[in-house]
Design a protein around this ligand. Structure first.
Ligand code: HPA
Length: 290
């Protein structure tokens, strides 16, 4: 007996080779609203969206006004692309991002970063909220990302390549730019802001980790854990732009304190530490070409 299955319409994955045409459409939609050529792109993670208020002459485009982009669904994410001047430097900001845990294809997750590169940005500054794996990283710790471990099990570069964007086999030896990280530490020092450094582990989420997973990830060499960033860093390197970033540690990893983790504490820590990180980013951008 044959079993009848209801018709399903699986959205095909977005391969690298599909990105150029999609980026053409996205670029045209942005250029219909702004001619600004950004020096750098800045991705603002959970609770960090406040930096967008510092933009001068900003043009804001809701994600779902852009071809193929859904509205951002994660709480704490406004879901807008903004072009404007940050302390006089032309920048593009993403207030919010697309996550795998929302059900998004890896190719969509990285499209914002590919679009930043297409618009002219030569570097991307990735920020995120994260749990602390290093026991010394309490809530409010800012951690410069020195490297990452991609444990999402996903990769945005699977499928036919787009040689116009990048090579088949992307080198990640210095994925997180040592030169930009040196400048980042200098910016933090100049602002009197403590900045730790470590390895970010990216998981798919959306559940927080178990205590056993936190212990394992710390043993694997991770210092902070979150649900974003790693695919974006991979795509940025594929597209040939530099990557720098900071994790805002909003909570000790699961099991360290004994108390359950809540999204509210993540957002509250973002509110507390977000302004400190915003100062570092403003100084970093101001001194970028100094
Ligand atoms: N785990 C994963 N992602 C997170 C956490 C965490 O503890 N805190 C904020 N984002």
């Amino acid at each position: 007996m044959t079993v009848e299955h209801p018709a399903v319409d699986p959205a095909p994955p977005i391969a690298p080779a599909d990105q150029p045409a999609r980026l053409d459409a996205l670029e045209a939609a942005v250029r219909a609203r702004s001619a600004l050529v950004p020096r750098i792109g800045i991705v603002l993670g959970s609770g960090l969206g406040g930096l967008a208020d510092d933009l001068d002459d900003a043009v804001a485009i809701p994600f779902d006004d852009l071809p193929g982009w859904p509205a951002a669904t994660a709480p704490g994410h406004a879901g807008r692309l903004l072009l404007g001047l940050l302390g006089g430097t032309p920048v593009v900001m993403l207030q919010g991002r697309f996550h795998l845990y929302e059900g998004n294809d890896p190719g969509l997750v990285v499209q914002p970063v590919l679009l930043l590169a297409r618009l002219g940005a030569r570097a991307v500054f990735l920020t995120n909220a994260a749990g602390g794996l290093d026991p010394s990283f309490g809530p409010g710790t800012l951690m410069a990302i020195a490297d990452h471990i991609n444990l999402t099990g996903r990769n945005p570069l699977i499928g036919p390549n787009a040689p116009a964007i990048g090579e088949r086999f992307t080198d990640l030896t210095e994925a997180w730019s040592p030169a930009l990280r040196t400048r980042l530490h200098a910016a933090a020092r100049a602002e009197g802001v403590d900045l730790a450094e470590g390895v970010y582990v990216g998981l798919v989420g959306p559940n927080y980790e178990t205590p056993a997973e936190v212990r394992m990830l710390a043993q694997l060499g991770g210092h902070a854990v979150g649900m974003s960033t790693v695919l974006e860093a991979i795509a940025a390197r594929w597209a040939g732009i530099e990557v720098v970033g900071v994790s805002l540690v909003t909570n000790a990893g699961a099991g360290y304190s004994g108390a359950p983790l809540t999204h509210e504490e993540v957002l509250a820590a973002g509110l507390e530490a977000g302004p400190r990180l915003a100062r570092v980013i403003r100084r970093f951008v101001a001194d970028l070409d100094a």
